[in-house]
Design a protein around this ligand. Sequence first.
Ligand code: CA
Length: 227
Amino acid sequence: MNPLILIIEDEQAQAQILQYNLEAEGYRVKYAPTADEGLLLAQEYKPDLILLDWMLPDMSGIEVCRQIKTKPDTKSIPVIMLTARGTEDDKVRGLGVGADDYVVKPHSIKELIARIGANLRKSGVGNKELSYADITMNTETHRVNRDGHNIKLGPTEFRLLKTFLKRPQKVWSRSALLDHVWGTDIYVDDRTVDVHIGRLRRALNAHSKKDLIRTIRSAGYALDEED
Ligand code: CA
């Protein structure tokens, strides 16, 4: 199942934008508009991560964080605090309430999603995400993203990219790629590899000028930022 994220945020419009974007990334989302409800949902659903607004009508985000981090069954859930620019972010750092990370509002969705991914990886959740340079792949939802653009790939190109992402910069011979992507019991011509590499390259470069697939003459291919 995809990671579950709990949003505790009283500004409904902001919460909706967050929810929409997180669901588009393949996350499941629960939403609480108050601290009380947030604490209840945290207890009930044990989300994989909590996005917590600093300013809530019934309790400060700091206090909510403190409560989450003192209860044995919720204390290991990563908490990202959403703070307004100014002194709040300094306080999050200074108070030591146990928040795992904080993001200053107004934040870019892209930045927030990157932080969520990083915090989930740190806590051992969300290892379904592979990334290299500006490419990310969710191996569970099969979503591929390059620099904010959704990339559509055929099944073979998806497996090719997945193979590359698992070992960035490794040079793969055509026969090694055939073994990994097509399997050893299927006979496929070496040139088939070139055809699918070509398709993958076009899909990845649709919105980007930088070609990340390096062709190594007489050796094969690598996913590599360096030319
Ligand atoms: Ca608020």
